[in-house]
Design a protein around this ligand. Structure first.
Ligand code: SF4
Ligand code: FES
Length: 230
């Protein structure tokens, strides 16, 4: 069924069941997302996609709220843009976004002050290098949950990683802090593919960044030198 509603002052049609994010993107509107990924179930964790819906007391996450008849939606307003800017400023104050290219672009668009919360405690944890496929640097993790979702019901059904801890201590980890080879992980790499921040990185890329040559990495992987091609 087709529904009619108002988005940014214009009459808009959408299919029943579509989210405000889908309706906005169908019309070429730019609504930023971080935790949302086409391959995963939307959970509305980051709130960067919030929009203003007339009659609703608080801003609504466009990635899960469905368009409804007669709704009046603002995808950009002073309140919306201020909320997005604040979310980005909180992220910038608490974690390493140096390899989060899309988020850096958002930070420029929303004129983010990276020093707005100078007393914020940063997430700084040692890098985990415990398997041949990828490294985990949770100082760069914003808990978007994409990796957990593709490891579970959205793709691989492996359940090797999940949230651990509570409140400020919440992070992504394995059961009982086991190393990756001790878990059910099959090294499919799907988690690395959906990570938006570089917290999960292919081991080869990491070693190249550390200054190792491709040949040294090859020796490390195979335990022997590659034969020279003739
Ligand atoms: S490791 Fe990456 S994909 Fe997983 S929750 Fe953190 S930022 Fe998201
Ligand atoms: S993208 Fe909608 S809440 Fe994260």
């Amino acid at each position: 069924m087709t529904i009619i509603f108002i988005m940014d002052g214009e009459e808009t049609t959408s299919e029943e069941g579509k989210t405000l994010l889908e309706a906005a993107r169908d019309r070429g509107k730019d609504v930023p997302t971080i935790c949302f990924h086409d391959a995963t179930t939307a959970n509305a964790l980051c709130r960067i996609c919030v929009v203003e819906v007339e009659g609703m007391r608080v801003l609504q996450p466009a990635c899960i709220v469905q368009a409804a008849s007669n709704m009046k939606v603002q995808t950009h307003s002073e309140k919306v843009d201020r909320a997005r800017k604040t979310i980005l400023e909180m992220l910038a104050s608490t974690m390493d976004l140096s390899e989060a290219g899309e988020i850096q672009t958002m930070m420029n668009e929303y004129d983010v002050d990276v020093n707005r919360f100078p007393d914020a405690e940063r997430r700084e944890v040692p890098l985990k290098d415990d398997n041949p496929m990828y490294v985990r640097d949770y100082s760069k993790c914003l808990l978007c949950w994409r990796c957990v979702q593709v490891c579970a019901d959205d793709a691989q059904f492996t359940y090797a990683i999940n949230f651990t801890g509570r409140g400020y201590e919440t992070q992504i980890g394995t059961f009982f802090e086991k190393t990756i080879p001790e878990t059910t992980c099959v090294l499919c790499g799907q988690c690395v593919g959906v990570c938006p921040t570089g917290a999960l990185k292919p081991k080869r890329e990491y070693l190249l960044e550390q200054g190792m040559s491709p040949q040294e990495i090859s020796v490390l992987n195979t335990g022997r030198k590659r034969r020279k091609s003739t």
